[in-house]
Design a protein around this ligand. Structure first.
Ligand SMILES: Nc1nc2c(c(=O)[nH]1)N[C@H]1C(S)=C(S)[C@@H](COP(=O)(O)OP(=O)(O)OC[C@H]3O[C@@H](n4cnc5c(N)ncnc54)[C@H](O)[C@@H]3O)O[C@H]1N2
Ligand code: MOO
Length: 397
């Protein structure tokens, strides 16, 4: 390319995320049953409809009694209490606990009126009938107070949060059978390359299995998208145009390969001719040649073909734009130096060990096993080399 390009080049990671996010449609909200809500994103804050615990309850199996009755209990000087009934989870004791009395109680069962302390079974001498002896005072701390987890009316989950398994469990605990979630983005996906083969097919020298497309489909699902898998396309202008057309009903198209400098890297020219290019090249490694553009109303994000590059660019740029969530990072001490690049941020593969992070070693963009074996990306900002012992920002992968 000798003439001045008509589109921005070498944008930052942050600019790339924002430019993609700006092209995505605003998502409406829909109510879905909690059984179908795992992995979806909340479209509204979720208040608690009930308090939890719904009543003050026991944290142990044992007896519920009055602490004052037990204060004199000591080894060799047991205090006797009369058993007057039981409180089970779901079946509370109907009376109240008077002085000198107790009820058998089980974990999660409501503390009866009058009782204010628990003595666990392990610390009781029990005749199995109507009396127990305590060798030490009962504990007022072994109860879970009503509303101690959350109170009715309190906003506990927030709009934009992903319903991870723990948040989904919490939404149910808050009392919701239906939850408001953002409509899923419909993401079309195809990979490009004459050499790319489907898993299970025989492989001739120079050919490669379509690891990118299958990895990306999994990442799109994980990002809460509905995936329209358009397979893989050879390096042919006609086939690629037809494949992009086939993605027409989607909200966004993600492609892999064909975005660099090679004679058969057609994606950029296709978009330039029939649509538009929003940017080409991001100031990051791996993944420098990433491409963003549009085809009629359809946003198209072209990921580089190198296997590590395609997954890392998805994680660093595409996923945050699709979900509105920045990647989770933590700060760790570097156990080895990490090299800086003068003109771009580096996302080096690192291994977290004993609270520090070390260089995985193999940083080639074709070494897919490195991503799986390293488990982390160490973010080295442009020009800021990391020495051993420095703190670094680390993204789990
Ligand atoms: N002269 C230059 N050459 C290259 C540059 C450059 O700046 N100047 N950039 C390099 C970088 S960085 C990357 S990343 C790649 C990106 O290239 P493409 O997006 O055009 O990708 P391809 O050429 O199609 O493939 C690259 C590589 O990845 C393998 N591949 C492709 N698709 C898949 C797939 N679906 N599953 C698994 N592996 C795939 C492909 O066989 C190639 O080995 O360009 C560099 N070149
Ligand atoms: O940056 Mo390319 O994306 O490393 O191989």
């Amino acid at each position: 390319m000798t003439e001045r390009p008509s589109f921005p080049m070498n944008v930052t990671v942050e600019q790339a995320r924002q430019m993609l996010a700006d092209l995505l449609p605003v998502r409406s909200a829909e109510q879905v049953p909690v059984q179908q809500a795992a992995g979806r994103y909340l479209a509204a804050d979720l208040p608690a409809l009930v308090s939890h615990p719904s009543a003050t309850e026991s944290a142990l199996d044992g007896i519920a009694c009055r602490e004052a009755d037990t204060l004199d209990a000591a080894p060799g000087r047991p205090v006797r209490l009369q058993v007057v009934g039981e409180s089970r989870a779901g079946v509370p004791f109907s009376g109240s606990v008077e002085t000198g009395c107790c009820v058998r109680i089980y974990t999660g069962a409501p503390l009866p009126p009058g009782a204010d302390a628990i003595c666990p079974v392990e610390q009781l001498q029990d005749d199995g009938l109507d009396a127990v002896w305590l060798q030490r005072p009962a504990s007022p701390g072994d109860v879970r107070p009503e509303g101690g987890d959350f109170r009715a009316g309190e906003v506990v989950l927030r709009a934009g949060q992903r319903l991870t398994p723990s948040r989904l469990a919490l939404a149910v605990s808050l009392g919701h059978a239906l939850v408001p979630v953002r409509a899923q983005l419909r993401a079309a996906l195809f990979s490009t390359g004459d050499e790319v083969r489907e898993p299970g097919e025989p492989l001739a020298p120079g050919q490669v299995y379509d690891s990118n497309r299958h990895g990306l489909a999994a990442m799109l699902h994980e990002a809460g998208c509905e995936v329209l898998d358009l397979g893989h396309a050879p390096d042919s202008l006609e086939v690629l145009s037809a494949r992009i057309e086939a993605a027409g009903g989607a909200d966004v198209l993600i492609t892999s390969g064909g975005v660099s400098m090679g004679k058969y890297d057609f994606m950029r020219d296709l978009l330039l001719e029939h649509g538009r290019v929003s940017f080409w090249k991001v100031r990051m490694r791996p993944g420098g040649p990433a491409l963003l553009g549009g085809w009629r109303g359809l946003p198209v994000f072209g990921l580089p073909g190198n296997p590590v590059s395609s997954l890392v660019v998805f994680q660093v740029i595409v996923r945050p734009a699709l979900t509105g969530e920045l990647p989770f990072t933590l700060r760790l001490r570097a156990a080895t130096p990490f090299r800086a690049l003068a003109d771009r941020a580096a996302y080096w593969r690192g291994v977290i060990e004993g609270g520090t992070v070390r260089d995985y070693g193999q940083q080639g963009s074709g070494v897919l096993r490195s991503l799986s074996e390293a488990g982390a990306l160490v973010i080295v900002p442009e020009g800021q080399a990391v020495a051993a012992g420095d703190e670094v920002e680390v993204m789990l992968f």
